[in-house]
Design a protein around this ligand. Structure first.
Ligand code: LMR
Length: 326
């Protein structure tokens, strides 16, 4: 009983790895909101396999996909409280902690996929990643998903088509301003509730990656897709800093190695699955997919320019300029 009081309450305390066995493993909970077959779903599972391998089964990572344990609203609080140990929210969802994470939402900012990787693996990305430590959140890695496109229940071909429509957003004022610039309304809705919101017409449309649209089956409730590639969905894999620092050293080493390997796997897979989902959706015949000519794209870029003057300060001129140059 005494031992239980000393070690049993309020999350894990420093302990010897030898205290755990495959029969009584240390449990690590990894919660996320996408499906098991999304890049995040597969990579979190990969992380679990690697941890089991590297610790001889003394650590068991339990993965909870599809918002089944926590959704957008509560996963951050659950992580800070130590009720879950790893989450991988899209950067945007960290806006409440540091508004600079909205860099991923600045319209048409990143030139291409390479610039995105350069950003997150460079100085600016690293600075963001470590900016939450005073909130007891430790950034472990960037896992990517891809560029966003728009979908809606009504035709989406030119800027005027956005007028008067209402779009679901993930979080934050930048996305709200983006839709305002397009003449649309916006509502923040948790990912796990978005399909129903689209189905019931609470909102007319949403923006997401090919893979999220495909794995969430939005093509069942959205007939139109505009290939805009205007923003990003990139994940920040986060752990509870205090909990992590108290892991037995042997497990922490396995944890770091597994995370590095899972990250390499995720990044490769994300590119592959993005393409695969694009092919699925294009060939399904369920959505009308519209491409933008250079001139049409330019019209969208111009329309969204006010977002830059409005948010240069909040997001940070240094990181906006830095990202643009890559
Ligand atoms: C969304 O809410 O649309 C995405 O952030 C979901 C995800 O985790 O990919």
């Amino acid at each position: 009983v005494l031992m239980l009081t000393a070690a049993g309450c309020g999350g894990p305390k420093s302990q010897d790895a030898a205290a755990y066995t495959p029969e009584k493993p240390l449990i690590i909970k990894f919660s996320h909101v996408t499906t098991p077959d999304s890049p995040k779903g597969k990579a979190s599972q990969k992380f679990a396999e690697l941890m089991a391998e590297k610790t001889g089964g003394k650590v068991k990572v339990e993965v909870y996909p599809s918002s089944q344990l926590y959704g957008d609203k509560d996963e951050l609080e659950a992580l800070q409280a130590g009720n879950v140990h790893i989450i991988a929210p899209s950067a945007t969802k960290l806006v409440g902690f540091n508004p600079a994470f909205q860099i991923v939402d600045m319209p048409f900012l990143f030139k291409n996929h390479e610039s995105v990787l350069k950003f997150w693996d460079g100085e600016l990305g690293k600075k963001l990643m470590t900016s939450l430590e005073d909130k007891n959140l430790l950034g472990l890695a960037m896992w990517e998903n891809g560029f966003k496109v728009f979908t809606a229940s009504k035709p989406l071909e030119k800027p005027e088509d956005f007028h008067g429509l209402k779009f679901r957003t993930q979080a934050g004022k930048v996305l709200e301003a983006q839709f305002k610039a397009l003449g649309s309304g916006a509502a923040t809705i948790p990912f796990g509730e978005t399909y129903t919101a689209l189905q019931q017409g609470t909102v007319d449309g949403q923006e997401n990656t090919w893979n999220n649209i495909d794995t969430q089956k939005y093509e069942e409730v959205q007939k139109h897709l505009l290939v805009s590639n205007h923003g990003r969905i990139d994940y920040i894999v986060l752990t509870n800093k205090k909990w992590y620092s108290e892991l037995p050293e042997e497990f922490r080493k396995a944890f770091d190695e597994s995370m590095a390997e899972a990250t390499a796997y995720e990044r490769e897979l994300a590119v592959e699955l993005d393409k695969q989902s694009e092919n699925n959706l294009r060939s399904s015949g369920k959505m009308k997919v519209v491409e933008l000519s250079d001139a049409e794209r330019e019209a969208f870029v111009k329309l969204m320019e006010p977002v830059y003057s409005e948010f240069a300060e909040t997001v940070g001129k240094e990181i906006i300029d830095g990202a643009r140059q890559l």
